[in-house]
Design a protein around this ligand. Sequence first.
Ligand code: ADP
Ligand code: MG
Length: 439
Amino acid sequence: MTTKEILSQLQEEVSKNDYERYLKQLVYKKSSSSDDIAVFEVTNKFIANYIKTKFSPIIQEVFEKNKNTKPSIEIKIAGERRRTTKEILNQKISNDTSESTILNQSYTFESFVVGNSNKMAYTASKAVAEKPGVQYNPLFLYGGTGLGKTHLLQAIGNDAIEKDRNVIYVTVEQFMNDFLFSMKNKNLEHFKSKYRQCDLLLIDDVQFLSGKETTQEEFFHTFNELHNANKQIVLTSDKLPSQIAGLEERLKSRFDHGLKSHIQLPELETKIAIIEKKSELNGIHLNKDIVQYIATNLGNSIREIEGVLIQINANANLIGGDINIELVKRVLKDQIKETKENIKLIDIINVVSNELNIKPSDLKSSKRTKNVVDARRTVIYLARELTHNSMPDIAKFLGMKDHSSVSKNISKANELIETDENFRLKLENLKNKIINKDY
Ligand code: ADP
Ligand code: MG
């Protein structure tokens, strides 16, 4: 059967909407298929998952009718490029003793959004991929969880493989398992030659070396040999070398020796750019208000944001409608509730006083100078928006006599949001900092 034949039969079986939105995209891969398995391609993973879960039986029926077979349905993502022989060999090397991670092809420099928070790390990673072992060795990328360390590390790997270099990417966990496995099987020579013949060694999450003495010992030797041979080493961690408890001094000093690059929490602008990029990559259309809403209401872990995008898309698919702000609010409801429970009035006071350079005590006083009045209004608005406190609670906290002025302040703030773009932007940045606990 051809794609065309299959599609024309599917079209009869499903709604117009389902056909136009999803099934129409299927491309049948005859050469990869057999009686037991029918392989299709589409362009994005959400659509792939959706078709697989919802339409597999219908697709199977088409095969049953026409060919009297009942293959299982496999939906692949098109454009996942074929790996070069070099890559496959590479993976063989790193795969043959025990588990080893295959690089995620979508973690590239192109798909990484650069902003102030990660510019340094990005630039250093690019430099290392360009000229391994020359400039920064080791390169030590560190920062909070979900901020793109693994993405950058693998981007270096993907780029180096393109340039025909020999790359090993492992997490510390895998390095350790690999090592212990070789010890047990008395095959250490093999382990050593595997790790010591690479051009780039990329080790993820080195904070987990903590307390693993035997592994640290072996890692120290691997590190030295590679370093002496001017091979590139890149490490990631959620903290600085000096802060990793239970890490030998000599390793700390090795890690300290190269370039340490901090990936910081993304500013609102970068967060927005990342949301736009991720939705574009996944073929989801979100309007500006929705992007803004997600960016200002979710924490800074990009992983969490990606999870939410997937949920939003899945929900939109299920109800068969477009993605609108109400849907997004519904999907985010629980997450936002949890965020609110973690924000205290004092956090808001602290952030606002810090950012607007006003003393906390002034915010709680009856002072009426313009900058204090403005800042107090900001606190009140954010308190209402970001916490579960009632107006009387807020009034009490700020030492105000009654809550009618709280409500007046909120009305005024709402009015300014509509009319004063600067005020709105300032509010959003403050909100971002508070939600991200970036203070
Ligand atoms: P970490 O290793 O720091 O915990 P990851 O590298 O696994 O974080 O990133 C989590 C997710 O967020 C990944 O899917 C990654 O692609 C995405 N991500 C993080 N930062 C960026 C960025 N600047 N641009 C695009 N995607 C990003
Ligand atoms: Mg990681």
